[in-house]
Ligand binder design. Sequence first.
Ligand SMILES: Nc1nc2c(ncn2[C@@H]2O[C@H](COP(=O)(O)OP(=O)(O)OP(=O)(O)O)[C@@H](O)[C@H]2O)c(=O)[nH]1
Ligand SMILES: [Mg+2]
Length: 367
Amino acid sequence: MTPEQKRQPDEKRPIIPRRENQNMKNKIAFVAVGQAGGNIGQLFEDRGFNVLYINTSQEDLDTLEHAKYKYHIPGGEGCNKNRRKAKQLVIDDFDRIAAEIETKIKADLTFVIFASGGGTGSGAGPMLIDLLIDEGRAIGAITIVPGQNESVKAHINSYDCFSELTEIAGTAACFILDNDRAEKLSINTSFVDDFCSFLEVPEKHKSVKGNIDKAEIMETLSAHGMALVTSRKAQNSAETIKAIQDNPYAPIEGDRAVKYITASLSDGVTMPELEKAIGTPIDTFQTFNDEGITICCISGLTYPQSRLDIVYKKVDENKEVIEKNLTATRETRMKKSINFLDDLEPPKKAAEAPKPKSKRDIMSKYL
Ligand SMILES: Nc1nc2c(ncn2[C@@H]2O[C@H](COP(=O)(O)OP(=O)(O)OP(=O)(O)O)[C@@H](O)[C@H]2O)c(=O)[nH]1
Ligand SMILES: [Mg+2]
C-alpha cells in the first residue's frame, strides 16, 4: 500500500484505486468469515472470484470442499455464538490474518461476508472491516439478519453486530440479507446470481442510448450505506419495483436517503419511474437491454432501522427469561446490571470518542 493510497483521517469514503482494463473478477474479491460467510463465499468462488475463507472452526472450513484459500485462526475451536471469543482470537492473530489477506486478496474493493447472528463472523466481521479500512483498503460488507424464529442469542449477537457495523464511517456498500424473507440457501444463491449479473452489465449490455462502465459499477458499490441488487424479468417499472420490494434483503426504510440507482433497463422500465418509487438519488447510471430483464443496484441507502428495531424487540421481550436463566449461574453479575444489553456485551465507547490512532485503539473499541 503506497502512502498516497492511505486514507486521510477525515475522509468518509474509501479510496478505490483505478486498475483499468481489469475484469470485474480482479477488481472485486471476498473475505468470507464464519460458516454463512463461507457458504456465500463458495458461490462467488464458483463464479471465478477470489475468496479467502477465515474461520475459528477447522470443521467449518473442512465443509468448504473446493476452496482455494482457507485460513484457520490458531487456537480457535469455533465460537459457539460467542462474539467476544471471536474478537479475542482475531486480535491475538491479527498480524497473520492481515498478511493472509494482503497476499491472497488483491482487489480494488473487498467485501467481508459474515452472518450477524453467529459468533465467529458476527464478532470478527465489523472489527476486521474497521482494521482493513484503516490499512487503506476499500471494504464493503455482505451480512445476514437472523430470521425472527431464530434464537434470542442470535438476535442479541445481531443487534450488537449492527451496532458496531453501522458506526464504521468508511465502509463501502453493505448488503443486508434477511433470513426472514426466504430459505437461507436460496437467499445465498439469489443474492450471488443478482450480484454477478450486475457486475456483468458493462460487458454484456451495451446500448447506443447509454452504457454503464466499470467505473460506474465501482462507484455504485463504493457508496456508504445499505445496498441491494436485483435482476428480474420485468415488462414495466411496477414489476421492477415489486421485485425490489420482494427481494431477500432487509426492507428499505420508509424515510430513506438514496445515493445511486444503477440499472440496465428492459423495455417498458424507466429510470424516472424507479426514482419516483425509490427516492431521488444523487446520481443514476443506466443502460438498456432487449432481454426483458432489469438489473438494478441501489446504494447509499439508509440502514434498515425498522428491521433492526424488530431484532431489538425480540431481545427486549425475552429479557426477563434470559436474566432469570443467566442469574442461575451468574447471580452477582446480573444483579449489578443496569443496562440489559450492555451487560451481555461490554460497554462501547461514547460515539464522540476521538478517532483511533493505532490498530490497538481500534481493537480495544470492540472489547
Ligand atoms: N442466509 C444464510 N444464513 C445463514 C447461513 N448459514 C448460517 N446462517 C445464519 O447465520 C447465523 C449463524 O451464523 P454462522 O455463520 O453459522 O456462525 P459462525 O460465524 O460460523 O459463528 P460460530 O459458529 O458461532 O462460531 C444464523 O442466523 C443462521 O441462520 C447461510 O448459508 N445463509
Ligand atoms: Mg460456525
